[in-house]
Design a protein around this ligand. Structure first.
Ligand SMILES: O=P(O)(O)OC[C@H]1O[C@H](O[C@H]2O[C@H](CO)[C@@H](O)[C@H](O)[C@H]2O)[C@H](O)[C@@H](O)[C@@H]1O
Length: 255
């Protein structure tokens, strides 16, 4: 943190979206960014080298669920775990893998055959997520789904990304750590902070350490995931705590 405070202009600030900037809700389509987050990110963006949102969401969805984000100066969104990038109003990325629609077509029958109720499917374009938060037994449904989804993913050249009551089938070859590492090099970062809440953010925590830069890892704490808090330098209380921390940073930069 010392290096970031000493030279904000050299700092890259990376943040996850769901559970970090946006409070967790039961319906993924109803998620909305913390009302104060776009404003504080805009202030932060005026001081630091770059602000990047590194998320499993498609960048277009993050912008939809994050009104005001498009106005954050210099913001980059590395979506789909880094496969898709939004910057200056434009989205770029490789063509979506053919395996995703094929796997998705098999999902309703598979879920039905396992006798699961309340399990929902989120079509994300270049990935598909299977959510259990609204199942009768979310934890149990996750356990029942794990092996069949591993098998389905392998048949379609996909991998399973676990998260908060979700198993996502997505293409291999990219993760938040790789995405963050490339971004730090691209921006010639002098220091880095990454804020996340879920298992997919562990790779970004590792990238902070592997970069060799002065870095700080922050966990947006919850009762649902403990693995991140155990590895974080700082733990704050969910998106409210994240916004408060970012506000403190902005005040320190302005002094
Ligand atoms: O990398 P992230 O920005 O954290 O995105 C990861 C997944 O987040 C979303 O699911 C999570 O948030 C939902 C809304 O609060 C919640 O209902 C769900 O239980 C969480 O797992 C999103 O729906 C996924 O597509 C993202 O991959």
């Amino acid at each position: 943190m010392e290096a970031i405070l000493k030279d904000p202009a050299g700092a890259v600030i990376g943040l996850d979206f769901d559970g970090t900037l946006s409070p967790i809700v039961s319906d993924p389509a109803a998620a909305l960014i913390h009302p104060e987050a776009p404003g504080v990110l805009a202030e932060l963006g005026r001081h630091v080298r770059a602000v990047a949102i590194v998320t499993g969401r498609p960048p277009a969805t993050a912008l939809e669920l994050g009104p005001g984000l498009a106005e954050v100066p210099g913001l980059v969104i590395l979506g789909h775990y880094g496969f898709e990038r939004w910057e200056n109003g434009a989205i770029s990325g490789p063509p979506p893998p053919a395996g995703v629609p094929r796997a998705e077509a098999e999902l309703p029958l598979l879920i039905d055959s396992l006798g699961l109720k309340g399990v929902t499917i989120e079509d994300k374009g270049r990935a598909v997520a299977v959510h259990t938060r609204r199942a009768d037994d979310p934890e149990g449904a996750l356990a029942v789904l794990r092996e069949p989804l591993d098998e389905l993913a392998a048949r379609h050249n996909l991998v399973v990304e676990p998260g908060r009551f979700v198993l996502e089938l997505r293409p291999p070859g990219m993760d938040k750590g790789h995405a963050l590492g490339l971004f730090l090099a691209e921006r010639d970062a002098m220091s880095v902070m990454f804020v996340g809440d879920d298992l997919g953010d562990l790779a970004a925590f590792e990238a902070v350490r592997a970069s060799g830069l002065p870095g700080v890892t922050v966990c947006s704490g919850s009762t649902e995931v403990t693995a991140l808090a155990e590895r974080a330098d700082i733990v704050v209380d969910g998106p409210d705590g994240v916004v408060a921390l970012l506000r403190e940073l902005v005040s320190a930069f302005s002094r």
